[in-house]
Design a protein around this ligand. Structure first.
Ligand code: HEC
Ligand code: HEC
Length: 307
């Protein structure tokens, strides 16, 4: 259907196109039939002796141009392009996308049907499924998790190791992708700079970082117990998948292990709402991708750390 509200604009657009094409042809014809005295100059001269000859256009060039004019007219007669004239061929792009979708559905529906009955670890062992999963991952996930799923410093977790914020069981992975997650590490500036620094030494001692002061680490451990760290990180600091608090005893860091970075994390927190970073939100994909593709992606992510 045409979007024009009256035929006027349709004729207007069509005539601009036709006048343009026919004008080109007439101009060419006019030029070709003019009389030329071969070798005569126009009288213009540049840089003292650079002169402009007034010669006819080469014949091959004129004929090529005529061919483009004929092509343009034939094209506009067959395909839509002149105002709302649909073209003699009645070609249309309406429905092409739906047709593509239907073809894709025919190819993929039986596969998804099959995956629906399989467990995530079983899907993770299926080569065809993993090929499809990788394609989905490359479309929707790599801007934050990297093309290999290796993550990025600054809050984007590595999905190929066995360190999980929200748990690495097939069910947990599927739920994280489906529902998303907002990482919330609350600010602890109220503890005061000294205590925060002690906490940083304690936290860094857990993964044997260099330059840890044992005295500060000891005081830091007391401060850890007295504060709320264990709620989200677990009393042994090995993480709490229900709160999304990472394991702080391995040497795997979302934000970095330097003393300054750890102090900053504890002081300001890492929390979108606090405005400190926009990095720790995992979007919810369930509604957008649907159950089948979410499950396939869960299997793909599972496969990255379960070879
Ligand atoms: C806009 C960036 C972004 C995109 C896009 C994104 N993620 Fe995430 N994802 C994150 C962040 C940030 C986290 C960590 C959330 C937190 O800090 O708790 C995360 C966490 C996860 C986790 C949990 C990791 C763990 O250690 O428990 C999984 C699984 C995951 N993402 C899979 C995916 C998949 C699959 C896709 C593609 C459909 C995807 N993500 C797309 C940002 C993103
Ligand atoms: C409300 C829950 C919560 C509390 C309370 C909390 N944390 Fe966190 N912490 C988190 C979360 C969640 C993250 C990961 C941030 C993200 O997902 O981007 C985190 C990240 C961190 C990191 C950075 C780890 C890395 O890999 O870069 C450190 C260090 C840390 N917390 C230390 C502490 C200390 C010390 C305390 C107590 C003073 C504490 N946290 C209290 C939830 C919490």
């Amino acid at each position: 259907m045409s979007d024009f509200t009256s035929n006027f604009w349709s004729y207007y657009v069509a005539s601009v196109a036709l006048i343009g094409i026919i004008g080109c042809a007439l101009f060419l014809w006019n030029h070709g039939s003019a009389a030329f005295a071969i070798g005569k100059t126009t009288g213009h001269a540049w840089d003292e002796d650079l002169e402009e000859f007034n010669n006819p256009l080469p014949k091959w060039w004129s004929w090529l141009f005529y061919i483009t004019v004929v092509f343009a007219l034939a094209y506009l007669a067959y395909f839509p392009g002149l105002g709302s004239f649909p073209g003699l061929g009645k070609w249309t792009s309406v429905g092409q996308y739906e047709a593509e979708q239907a073809t894709a559905a025919k190819a993929y529906d039986p596969l998804y049907e099959q995956f629906r009955k399989m467990s995530i670890p079983a899907i993770a062992k299926d080569a065809k499924a993993m090929e499809m999963g990788q394609r989905l991952f490359r479309t929707y996930c790599i801007q934050c998790h990297g093309s290999d799923g290796g993550g990025k410093e600054g809050g984007f977790p590595n999905l190929t190791d066995n360190d999980w914020l929200h748990g690495g069981t097939p069910e947990r992975i599927e739920a994280t992708i489906k529902e998303g997650w907002q990482g919330v590490m609350t600010p602890h500036d109220f503890l005061g700079a000294e205590t925060v620094r002690n906490l940083a030494h304690y936290v860094r001692s857990l993964s044997n970082q260099p330059n840890v002061d044992p005295g500060r680490a000891n005081s830091g451990r007391d401060a850890w117990i007295a504060s709320d760290c264990n709620t989200c990180h677990g009393s042994d600091a090995r993480g709490n998948p229900d709160m999304g608090g990472p394991n702080l005893t391995d040497n795997i860091w979302l934000y970095g292990s330097s003393e300054a970075t750890v102090i900053k994390t504890i002081t300001d927190g890492r929390n979108l709402e606090g405005g400190n970073t926009t990095n720790n939100r995992m979007p919810a994909w369930g509604a957008f991708l649907g159950d089948d593709r979410t499950k396939l992606l869960a299997a793909y992510v599972y496969s990255l750390s379960n070879k």
